[in-house]
Design a protein around this ligand. Structure first.
Ligand SMILES: Nc1ncnc2c1ncn2[C@@H]1O[C@H](COP(=O)(O)OP(=O)(O)OP(=O)(O)O)[C@@H](O)[C@H]1O
Ligand SMILES: [Mg+2]
Length: 259
């Protein structure tokens, strides 16, 4: 079963946060109970993008063993249509909190992994969540490795930028495969104008080049860029082609159609 999805990448700016928010919202629109987590402690963004009220605690406090997970989660179900439930758990964007978490040692990170695994069990088994989505920092940060270890599926985003290709390939063999994680590639910001006609060709090329299945093929949309990451497409733009691609990706997860 795929219940916990980590959205990760080698380079920054590949679309992890955009995908995390919108995949979580799409699963919620489909009637599921979903919690979105900001595990990008060095550059938290979900709290600002979602313009949410703060919870009693931050995810940082939970990982520091200073609060229960219930107190770090906010209900954002009014942001999605239908009966589904969307919740979020934010990283603390204050400078002191970023400094604090950046200075943690390996021992703390091991304990944080234990807390993350406990959170997974508690939310999925006791609180009835269907899916947890982890937005992560790019590269090999400890927090991202913890997110990968605690997940069932890694959606790795890449823009196919020259400098990204080798790093992404290395992470597939040296990180995701090492932890025996199911992995799917989201090839984002594609500039190819006739994407539909060339989809199969691009898909085969990606499978051969990266040796992982393709999870999503997403064109570069000017209006996605213009929205600055603040739109929840399932709610705000139900007829947008990006919304339709997200729906296909959500279906793959719901049908466990990921290898
Ligand atoms: N398919 C797309 N078309 C147009 N703009 C996009 C697309 N995907 C992402 N973007 C834009 O690219 C920028 C970076 O996206 P995002 O913040 O989601 O990346 P990220 O991987 O989370 O970055 P970071 O590593 O810094 O956390 C945002 O402005 C986002 O709206
Ligand atoms: Mg991000």
């Amino acid at each position: 079963m795929t219940e916990v999805i980590a959205v990760h990448s080698y380079k920054g700016g590949t679309g992890k946060t955009l995908m995390s928010i919108n995949l979580a919202a799409t699963l919620a629109k489909n009637g599921k109970k979903v919690c979105l987590f900001d595990l990008d402690f060095r550059a938290p963004s979900l709290f600002a993008l979602l313009k949410a009220k703060p919870a009693e605690c931050w995810l940082n406090d939970y990982l520091n063993n200073n609060c229960e997970i219930d107190k770090a989660i906010v209900d954002l179900s009014d942001r999605v249509p239908g009966q589904g439930r969307l919740y979020a758990c934010f990283a603390n964007p204050a400078t002191d909190a970023i400094r604090d978490i950046s200075s943690k040692d390996r021992k703390w990170e091991m304990r944080a992994l234990g807390r993350l695994l406990a959170l997974r069990e508690s939310l999925l088994r006791d609180k009835g969540f269907d899916y947890l989505i982890f937005d992560t920092s790019p590269g090999l940060q400890y927090s991202s490795i913890n997110a990968i270890v605690a997940s069932d599926f890694v959606a790795v985003t890449t823009t196919g930028d020259r400098s990204d290709i080798d790093g992404t390939k290395r992470m597939i063999t040296e990180l995701y495969n090492l932890f025996e994680k199911k992995t799917g590639l989201i090839f984002n910001k594609i500039l190819e104008p006739s994407l539909t006609a060339k989809k199969k060709e691009i898909e085969t090329k990606i499978n051969t080049e990266y040796q992982v299945p393709m999870f999503g093929l997403i064109p570069c949309y000017c209006d996605v860029l213009r929205a600055g990451g603040t739109l929840i497409f399932a709610q705000d733009k139900p007829d947008h082609p990006f919304t339709k691609i997200l729906f296909e990706m959500a279906k793959k997860i719901e049908n466990n159609d990921i290898t």
